[in-house]
Design a protein around this ligand. Sequence first.
Ligand SMILES: Nc1nc2c(c(=O)[nH]1)N[C@H]1C(S)=C(S)[C@@H](COP(=O)(O)O)O[C@H]1N2
Ligand SMILES: [Mo]
Length: 407
Amino acid sequence: MEKLDRRTTLKLMGMGAALLAAGPRVFAQQTPTADQLVKGKNPKLLVLSQRPVVLETPYEILASEPERTSKENLYVRNNVDLPGYTTVEGASLEGWKIEVGGLVDKPFTLEAKELLALPQSEVTMVLQCSGNGRSLYTPRTSGNPWQRGGVGNVTFRGVRLKTLLESKGVKLTEKALFITAHASRQGGATQFVRSVPIQALENALLALSMNGEPLPAVHGGPVRLVFPGFFGVNNVKWVEKIEFTEAENTTAEQMPRYRVPVIPNTHLPFLPQQPGARYPYNFTNSRPNWLVNVNSFIFAPLEGQTVEGPYVRVEGVAFNDGIVPLVSVEVSANGGRTWQRAELATQEKTFGWVRWRATLLLRSGEHEVMARAWDAAGRSQPLDGNLAWNERGYEYNGVMRVRFTVA
Ligand SMILES: Nc1nc2c(c(=O)[nH]1)N[C@H]1C(S)=C(S)[C@@H](COP(=O)(O)O)O[C@H]1N2
Ligand SMILES: [Mo]
């Protein structure tokens, strides 16, 4: 007891001395804003973690950019920081090399700047952390407490991985079942490795730019391997090595992290857990956070707003993995008893989010509106998102509800 007290006293004295020495600035240093952690970010982004850097887009800021998320506002999720890559400015391609190997007939090493001379392709896609919405699970799970702002809609441009392989005359062998990408370890960064199924090669892109500007260093510049339709974690920033492999890699980002429980070889998208229960993750009783599940967000009205009635415009965005088109978004103002179809901006399949809007006739007073998207494969969102509760809090896609007042 006495020992503890003495230690506590000494610690407090130390803190006091530090405060005196540093003056009021010490408070600013203890809670850096997003722009202090990553140059060029909106200072209003929420700092979920300083090291590694994790920044969430506040929901009203996300909703203010319904077409495309700007580099200033896009969320950041580092598991591993790459020292020096903490700005929204681009990063130099000079000297950056990418090794391509594994189960191919001719492994090769590429000077990343060679990519500039190959045909370029563009894709607009949802970049979403599989932990997005995690804080809506109860009881609380492990991991960064994302609300709904671990997501954005961005346009990547670069060279398709397929195009690169063709330009080098490189062929995969039959045993190549996964694409395993490794991030740079320069500056002492620990490894970050992720595997996706070989089918992801179809749309894989070595991205050099985002939203028409050099790919921001913090978002993986100078080169990032993106897989449209796949959750954030699979889109390896600062890519340095691409291997074609027979199996998923076995580092922590692949197992046990970034997975959800399943019954092997069934259609069930996840195996419901007793909320709060632990799970013995292995390669067969769980699957990785790969394809993005169907989701939709209400961007207007926002929670707590007061709007004019009786005709109220409700709008937002919806998306899926881009494998089949979305077919509808429905809204309900009576707790799901009846649903009204919203108008969708497009019914083409796309990796980007699709805007939708509906006009509801609402009397004055308080209302709760829900939105739910459906795709052509019949996939939708659970009314109770907690059904998918899993101990690491991944892949939340419960129907969103917004409460507001009609004047
Ligand atoms: N090299 C590297 N790539 C990475 C990560 C990382 O820590 N290191 N984090 C992944 C995760 S979990 C997500 S959600 C996205 C976040 O992308 P962003 O920071 O560009 O928004 O990057 C993925 N790619
Ligand atoms: Mo993530």
